[in-house]
Design a protein. Sequence first.
Lengths: 274, 393
Amino acid sequence: MWEYTDKVKEHFLNPRNVGEVENPDGIAEVGSIACGDALKLSFKLDDNKRIKDVKFKTFGCASAIATSSALTEMVKGMTLEEAMKVTNQDIAAYLGGLPQEKMHCSVMGKQALEKAIENYKGGPPTAPAAQIICECFGVTEREIERAVRENNLSTVEEVTNYTKAGGGCGGCHDAIRQIIERVRAEAAPVVRPKLSNIQKIRMIEETIEREIRPSLKQDGGDIELVDVIGNRVLVATRGTCATCKAADITLKHFVELKLRDFVSPELVIEEVTT
Amino acid sequence: MKTIYLDNNATTQVAEEVLDAMLPYFRDLYGNPSSMHSFGGQVGRKIREAREQAAALIGAQPEEIIFTSCGTESDNAAIRSALTAHPDRRHILTSRVEHPAVKSLCAHLSRQGYRITELPVDKDGILDMAQYERALTPDTAIVSLMWANNETGVLFPVEKAAELATERGILFHTDAVQAVGKIPINMKANAIDMLSISGHKLHAPKGIGILYVRKGTKFSPFLIGGHQEKERRGGTENTPSIIGLGKACELAAGNMDTENRMVLLLRDKLEAEILARIPNSRVNGTRLYRLPNTTNISFEFVEGEAILLLMDDYGICASSGSACTSGSLQPSHVLRAMGVPFTMAHGSIRFSLSIYNTEEEIHFVIEKLPSIIERLRSISPYWTLGDQACSVQ
């Protein structure tokens, strides 16, 4: 049985905004019955160009229904520019998280939202002739690239969890591996995706483990992540760092710089005693 | 909330009588049946009795019964033993709808250089026997075909298939974990060489199984160790579970008629009422050759996991062949092999009954299910009222 949060269960049992908006300004359908989930989203704007009404119809599992419901609640009242900034991570975070294998449900929500907004703007629905990588689920190269970039994915399994690509016959695993390598080799993007808290903490932990701890350990020191509150990163010093007078300088000029470099430029390091 | 358990092909409730038979062998009678002292010896006698009870259920001789840890071990032991017995043969014949215990093992063996033929089934889940016969080759080391399908309950004509294999000097194994205890089986009247049984599918506990090996069949053990099970399966016996399984076999033999009258009646009622009350629903698998306790029903335009969770809210337990329940992204390999359309496969629910189900429970399900399906259909973009017969691209 899946470990769903109470919020996922609640949205599944009592989905908000089910249906179709009459005379919608924007409408989109993503997914298909063959894939096992599909979402039809429609919205209407008010005079201030804010989303006044938004409704969904979803074929799919509990988390597909819950993410659709959550998405409509989140974007109601937003301008289209604001709505475009909602990421699949935000949708998952709104629900208190989703099982890894169900992250593709949040991606489907994000895709439907974008497509509906594109539909309103009258533009072509997607980039022309996007190349299909996963034939089983009809996932394009562009979708995979994006999931890898925005969610910092590094394995085929993760890509499958987020996009479904590679979850069928497995024939595209090599192609997916190549996309992962290519995207991860790209220079860090200038515009960073908005990170969810969980994602931020995970990236901070990874950076400490990979980039920071080895250097400190050379001098017999260490740090431990205590908490992350907004952009404040609370750490405790361990080993020789705990008694070293230069530790402050190390924290500010080494640890903070590394974290800003690899995670987010707004991070501030604070030392706490535990 | 009362639990209405209609998931007996997944596992079953341990029968009261079985539990009672087992309990003394946990606490007081913990002796090792191999010991020389009478304290252990009395346990040995109970195991002998259990072996006789198990043999009686399937018309076998006691020495043809090997106790194992589960159905999966039995399947592994049977297939690997056949390959060892015929090192010159490199072909395994099986079907596309086998349980993972056989299917994954064959996939594994194929990576080691064995040639695997997975026979297809038709839309009703039925094998083409002419095709089966053509697939038997002098290189075939073993045929492994399930007796009853765990998802649909469809029965394969394994007795006929075993005959055809035996005529050609090919070993025949059947995974009968879903069949034993539900339909009459008589090993004296067929040519099957090896047969797998799982305790927890017939009201014995989990962690105990049987491999039947016909007398005279060359057998090479899977677990090598002590002299237990006549050196065909090493490891100290799981004495309470073996004794429990013996009791469960005795009960199953006595309940066979009830299973085939009462359980069948309840299943048919459940199935007929669901089909009558819920439009765009259909049964997967032939209704002609099927276990008495199983029905697999698809509800078009809705997804199985969502159905299961809403049923769960009423305490109703069942299973689904939908992709979302398995963790994989594709619907069940059984339904796909049968060519069940995607609109139906994702919304499939398996109900599997036991002798412990009551008419009242079945009524409750019949009463609750239509509104559950209706509710999900009202959310589904593919379901349009007044256009119920439409089919989707």
